[in-house]
Design a protein around this ligand. Sequence first.
Ligand code: SAM
Length: 257
Amino acid sequence: MRAPHDQHFLVDTEAVERISGYADVSGRNVLEIGPGKGILTESLLRKGARVIAVELDGKLVPYLEKRFSGEVKSGNLTIVHGDAIRCEIPDFDLVVANLPYSASSKITFRLIGMGFEEAVLMYQKEFAMKMMALPGTSECGRLSVMVQTYAKVMPLLELLPSSFSPKPKVKSYVVRLTLKDELTYPINNRELYAIIVRELFSHRRKTIRKAVNISKNNIGIDESERILSCVSEDILKKRPQELTLKEFAELSNTASG
Ligand code: SAM
């Protein structure tokens, strides 16, 4: 299995304690993606978590198995050698992880699809800011809409490059994700919703009317026709970053018929 390039290990023990302390992990099944050399794993285990650690790098797995042999034996730690984007993951309640930045988006969407009570996740700062950008503002993008449709995102902690070794070029940011039990604006067809959000943001300078016309084949001919003939002019003349979550839901529900 190919080892990823984005290996910047946390060395700031104070930050590690704060991150593992943001969730009430004692006695819970906690998923950690990308444990690396295990600095966060150790802190989670010390706080009483049962950890499931998914690590892609085949060289780090035997290192972790040796470092935590007692916890593996007692069943408090399960190490999965695999790609968190697609591998099988045992049941978990919470997620606490310093995510591999190159796979942040795919892993976040997979986690949202799988469901969890709460997730404390570290991202590249820029990515976290995009996740938190409010719909209706110029910073808003596909990621902001897709995450905020299904989850509440709360900022927790900024980390400087000096907290890692080797030092990355970018700052990092820890956020709390809580899934919405009930969506604020219900969506009839989640697959279609994801396609529409993706297609509209791939033409973010165009109005909704133009973007739908360009993406007709990807959205679906009937679905596009329903949008163009039934959605209000007010929405059709906006650009995707100007739409609210309510308007995205309305657009998608109209398309699904
Ligand atoms: N949690 C550790 C720490 O804070 O020191 C390491 C974090 S490092 C940024 C990311 C870790 O994720 C690395 O150990 C890397 O091998 C692992 N990784 C990268 N891509 C992965 C994937 N798709 N699935 C699981 N682990 C992955």
